[in-house]
Structure formats: structure tokens, C-alpha cells
Design a protein around this ligand. Structure first.
Ligand code: ZN
Length: 321
């Protein structure tokens, strides 16, 4: 789930004459200078100061890692256990999937994680800063026009579920920042977010359950849902599990051949490796190709054929798209 409207990170106490961030345009994200990155980081720190005063909370505190800011009123011990380690793991996993050097900063400043104990604080925050008044999600990714990413949510009763939701949403932010502003189709973006969250958190119950439900549905209907799945602007909740499983299938396709080419890393330094088939598929979309054309080109076969192979791998022969 994310807001496709693309807001700006709003710091209400804006000084007059402060330069306006650039307008949204399609294309490659600009590479930011060290100076611009420093400015972005200080803007994010300022956002923390403002929001902790404006949004009711149970004692907001601040935690910083190399790639993330955590603004939260969830106790520090819990944050250390359920959020911080997963986020760094997620960053490393996605850098590997996209053949990126993990030393490079993909974000504008850092990705900001705003996590409240109370649901009401979460929605007040979304309303105040992003004008979002929807309900239902436990976390949301706010993808801002200047490229900055703010994932916000509330902890609720099940913190393991919450951390999977935060990893899921932050994957949307990573996909947004990767390469160009071009969006991935919903099934692919949601599928990746689920797939990454599952890997990083070591098998969340909710995610596993969603895969089981989707497999049952595919078995019953013999189909992935056709255009309602592949062309949806936002896939429905029941389809997250099948998006996850299909992305897992696409990501491991040809992976043996690609892994063999990988240079063994002798030191901790980054060893560039040939992008996987899955990565090339995404690159095609990010560089402007229609997703089905990129799929056909990179995998060397049609969507229908890949869906058939996926079905066989799931024990559902003759599966239709
Ligand atoms: Zn999502």
C-alpha cells in the first residue's frame, strides 16, 4: 500500500526564501551532492522536532542508523529488536537484488520510519503531513516528489506483523528510488514488497497465510485473475500472496546461471556482479518499457508461458494468467 499522490515532506515552519524542491518529472533520479545530502538529513531532523510537538505521542524519541531515521514512541528495546536489524537487512538484500553497491546511498538523506504506539497518532500524522485520510493499513509509504521516503505506521498488538509491514512499505520506497521515477506495475511492486518482507523477517505468519490463501484460490479457479490482477492499478488484498509467490518464481528463474558468474568476494568490499534476469526485467520497466515487453525480452518467453511454468512449480498444472 502506498500513496501514489506523492507529497512533499512538509515542515510547516518553513523559512521564507527557502528554495523549493524540484517539480516531479519522469526520468532518472538526479545524483545528489554531499552538500545536498547533508541538507536533506538536516531537513529530516527538523521534521522530527516539529512532529513530536504537533502529533500526540507517548514520548517520541529518535534513533539513527546509516540509512534510516526512526522517529518513534515505541520503547527503544522493542525498536532495537523489531525494527532496526530488519531495515539494514532489507537494504542489503535489495542492493544485492539490484546489483547495487551497498556503500552507495539510494535515499534522499535517509529513509524516515515514523512509528507510533497508537493508531490514532498514526492517522493524525498522515492527515497533518500528507493529507491522507484513509484507514485500514497498519503502515504506509509516503513517496515524496523530491524523492524522499517516509514510512509511517503504528505498532498494534503484533509487533512481528508490524515489522513485516514496515519492511514491506520501505521496499516500495526503495523501488520508487531505484534508477528512475517510473512505477512498477502494482502486482510486481506488491509482490516484491511481500517477498522482501518475508525473507527479511524470516517468515511472517500473515505473509505465509496470504500465500496459502492465494494458492487455494488459484487451484480452485485455475487462473491468476487475468487483467484484474496483472493490470490493476492496485491489486486486491487477496492477491498479495500470489504476487509474492510469482515474484519469488521470477526472481529465482535462471538464478543458477547468474550465480555462477558472480565473482567471489575476497574482502568485504563490494564485488559487482552481473544483474540477474529478474533485475534486468525491472531495469527494462524503469527505463521506460512496458512491463510485458520487458518480461518477454528478458525472460525470452511470453507471460502465458511463464504463468504456466509457475503453475507447475506450485502444483497447479494449466494455470492461466
Ligand atoms: Zn504494498
Amino acid at each position: 500500500v502506498y500513496d501514489r499522490k506523492r507529497h512533499m515532506l512538509a515542515v510547516p515552519e518553513k523559512k521564507p526564501g527557502e528554495s523549493q524542491p524540484e517539480r516531479a518529472v519522469r526520468g532518472t533520479w538526479p545524483r545528489l551532492s554531499d552538500e545536498q545530502q547533508k541538507l536533506a538529513v538536516s531537513r529530516e531532523r527538523a521534521h522530527f522536532d516539529v512532529l513530536r510537538k504537533r502529533i500526540p505521542n507517548r514520548g517520541m524519541h529518535f534513533h539513527e542508523t546509516r540509512r534510516f531515521f526512526f522517529f518513534t514512541d515505541i520503547p527503544q528495546q522493542t525498536v532495537d529488536k523489531y525494527l532496526v536489524p530488519y531495515m539494514d537487512k532489507m537494504y542489503a538484500l535489495l542492493c544485492d537484488a539490484y546489483s547495487l553497491d551497498p556503500e552507495e546511498n539510494l535515499w534522499v538523506g535517509k529513509a524516515v520510519i515514523v512509528a507510533f504506539v497508537d493508531e490514532s497518532s498514526f492517522w493524525q500524522y498522515e492527515q497533518a503531513y500528507f493529507g491522507y485520510s484513509g484507514r485500514g493499513a497498519q503502515a504506509l509509504c509516503n513517496r515524496n516528489r523530491d524523492g524522499s521516503v517516509v514510512v509511517a505506521g503504528y505498532g498494534g498488538d503484533d509487533l512481528h506483523y508490524f515489522s513485516a509491514a514496515v519492511v514491506h512499505e520501505t521496499t516500495h520506497g526503495f523501488n520508487y528510488r531505484y534508477r528512475t521515477r517510473n512505477d512498477l506495475p502494482s502486482w510486481l511492486d506488491e509482490g516484491m514488497a511481500e517477498w522482501v518482507a518475508n525473507h527479511v523477517t524470516g517468515g511472517d505468519r500473515g505473509i505465509t497465510q496470504r500465500i496459502q490463501e492465494a494458492t487455494q484460490r488459484m487451484r480452485k479457479t485455475g487462473s491468476m485473475g487475468g487483467d484484474a490482477f496483472f493490470k490493476a492499478e492496485q491489486i486486491d488484498a487477496v492477491s498479495y500472496g500470489q504476487a509474492n509467490a510469482f515474484v519469488g518464481f521470477l526472481a529465482s528463474y535462471n538464478s543458477k546461471a547468474t550465480k555462477a558468474k558472480k565473482t567471489p568476494a575476497k574482502s568485504k568490499s563490494y564485488a559487482p556482479h552481473e544483474p540477474t534476469t529478474f533485475c534486468k526485467f525491472i531495469n527494462g520497466i524503469k527505463d521506460g518499457a512496458a512491463w510485458e515487453a520487458s518480461l518477454q525480452k528478458v525472460y525470452g518467453t511470453s507471460l502465458d508461458d511463464l504463468v504456466g511454468q509457475f503453475g507447475v512449480s506450485q502444483g497447479i498444472p494449466n494455470l492461466q494468467r
